[in-house]
Ligand binder design. Structure first.
Ligand SMILES: C[S@@+](CC[C@H](N)C(=O)[O-])C[C@H]1O[C@@H](n2cnc3c(N)ncnc32)[C@H](O)[C@@H]1O
Length: 322
């Protein structure tokens, strides 16, 4: 049996791009070939890597259960026929179906840690990583960290888990409107053994975060959110890779601002007196500055325009439009 045979999986239409795989023998051969095909097919990067070589190495090494920093001497190791079949199928799906590598592997890397992902959740890539690493300094001081933290629209739970790790004395609440997303988050919280420190709720933004007979709002010192903020009119222009992600995690009405506005209108009731909310809006800064020109939002200018995050203090929220 040649390494080529198992590739012709039933019910799959073959494409010329797999023609010459019989020549491939080593790990290095497969990574090189995958990188070339990805470039040739112009697959979109941005869900974990920025170079075709890195994307190819990630796909090949991870699917062979090898470390991403594999020692140079092992790159010449031979691939078995069944491994070759599996790799070619993955590379084919990456190049022709444009399925992001994280979904093909059911694994995304965020802040140096692995998270289970599938098409029920967005692939983690939030610029909140930088703020979490800095423990939200200077907005929160190291000797007075937030004790109760909320992550709205938690998806895979990656931000909530990172928050629990960087604020070891805090309790983190994470909510999402999607039960599908929450079941992925629950798996990740379990994988990180954080069940005691991260609570998951189904909630439409903050509406479900209430307790007791009097339905008192749950309150937090820090709320963060990476809500859906892409304008549905932009959907057609997005690379095919985005269309494998859940639309509920990407798109929001009113040119992407609908959920941001609702969140700000309801956040004051859920913040402690010195509390603060941080919201990621991607490239929505210009739109927000135009829509509410007198707003009291503070942009975090160290982040680039494509990854805009703003913050508002509890005290400014009742009048955040200015
Ligand atoms: C951009 S994704 C962010 C996922 C994750 N926090 C991250 O950074 O990778 C937005 C998430 O918000 C959730 N979502 C959408 N509408 C919502 C709503 N009205 N209330 C709560 N969550 C919502 C989606 O299901 C999705 O998981």
């Amino acid at each position: 049996m040649s390494p080529h045979d198992p590739i012709t999986a039933p019910n799959r239409t073959l494409h010329p791009l797999i023609e010459d795989t019989r020549q491939l023998g080593s790990i290095l051969d497969f990574v090189r070939w995958a990188a070339s095909r990805m470039d040739e097919q112009q697959v979109f990067l941005g869900h974990g890597t920025t170079q075709y070589w890195d994307e190819a190495a990630w796909l090949v090494l991870d699917s062979l259960h090898l470390p991403l920093d594999l020692d140079g001497q092992h790159w010449a190791a031979k691939i078995t026929p069944s491994e070759a079949a599996k790799l070619v199928d993955l590379i084919r799906r990456r190049c022709l179906e444009h399925i992001p590598t994280a979904y093909l592997l059911n694994k995304a890397w965020f802040m140096g840690q692995p998270f289970f992902v599938d098409e029920r959740v967005l692939i983690p890539r939030s610029p909140f990583a930088e703020l979490i690493t800095e423990q939200f300094a200077p907005w929160f001081l190291h000797d007075a960290p937030p004790q109760d933290i909320l992550d709205v629209g938690t998806g895979s739970g990656c931000l909530a888990i990172a928050l629990a790790e960087y604020f070891p004395d805090a309790h983190v609440t994470a909510c999402d409107i999607s039960l599908d997303a929450l079941s992925v988050a629950s798996r990740n919280v379990g994988d990180y053994q954080l069940e005691d420190r991260v609570s998951l709720y189904q909630s439409d933004l903050l509406a479900g975060l209430i307790v007791g007979d009097d339905q008192a709002p749950l309150c937090f010192d820090l709320i963060i959110s990476n809500p859906p903020y892409v304008d549905p009119d932009e959907a057609e222009d997005l690379p095919a890779e985005y269309h494998h992600e859940p639309a509920l995690g990407l798109f929001a009405d009113d040119h992407g601002l609908a959920l941001v506005e609702r969140l700000l209108d309801s956040a004051a009731d859920h913040l402690t007196p010195n509390g603060r909310i941080f919201v990621e809006v991607g490239n929505g800064k210009r739109l927000i500055d135009q829509a509410w020109s007198g707003h009291r939002l503070t942009w975090l200018d160290r982040l680039n325009q494509e990854a805009a995050i703003f913050t508002v203090a509890r005290g400014d929220l009742p009048n955040w439009r200015g």
